[in-house]
Design a protein around this ligand. Structure first.
Ligand SMILES: N[C@@H](CCC(=O)N[C@@H](CS)C(=O)NCC(=O)O)C(=O)O
Ligand SMILES: N[C@@H](CCC(=O)N[C@@H](CS)C(=O)NCC(=O)O)C(=O)O
Ligand code: FES
Lengths: 104, 104
């Protein structure tokens, strides 16, 4: 669909993309982790897009199997949510992914 | 108001009360902290009460100054949110509060 194409293009063209909800603390946590690492992700607040928000969430669920926020992509690859991203960081695997994606 | 009385009564009559949202990970985190401590809180899911949910949230904001979830009470006292509860636990101050409130 048109929206699916838009998501594929967005995650392909931006090193780090976070689909988020502005009032969600898990979304805030992952956004601030990237800030601390000197990365400026493209953040899309699903609750600030009107009717397109829930539509985008359905597309993300179709593309990634994940209906929850935050939904994180690095270098076009689907990473997962907050706990997934934090776990990668703890294992020292996040920064190599960010460098590979030219995010820093 | 009637709703304000209901909240005061609920927090006075139950050792631990958590006003929560069922899909919120911070709410889940504080609920599972209490489970790990052997405490069975009274959990009120604000998103499962229809129109009363937002009304209750307004009352909680008036009574506690806090509009966010989770909103935690122990022994009738307002504790705060998830980070507040976790911080008390880390400082060894949560368990004494729970014992005092006969929550365990
Ligand atoms: N472990 C996941 C949890 C994600 C999660 O449950 N997100 C919640 C908000 S904090 C959500 O999107 N809930 C909507 C739903 O469950 O339908 C992560 O770390 O991202
Ligand atoms: N530090 C607070 C954060 C609470 C918070 O921001 N909760 C969010 C959901 S995770 C909320 O209620 N957002 C609604 C809003 O901001 O209006 C805590 O640990 O409880
Ligand atoms: S909505 Fe509470 S942590 Fe996401």
């Amino acid at each position: 669909s048109r929206l699916e194409e838009a998501v594929r293009k967005t995650v392909a063209e931006n090193p780090v993309v976070v689909y988020s909800k502005s009032w969600c603390s898990y979304s805030s946590e992952v956004k601030s982790l990237f800030k601390r690492l000197g990365v400026d992700p493209l953040v899309i607040e699903l609750d600030e897009l009107g009717p397109q928000g829930p539509q985008l969430q359905k597309v993300l669920e179709r593309l990634t199997g994940q209906h929850t926020v935050p939904n994180v992509f690095i270098g076009g690859q689907h990473i997962g949510g907050c706990t997934d991203t934090v776990k990668l960081h703890r294992n020292g695997e996040l920064e190599p992914l960010l460098s590979e994606a030219n995010a820093k």
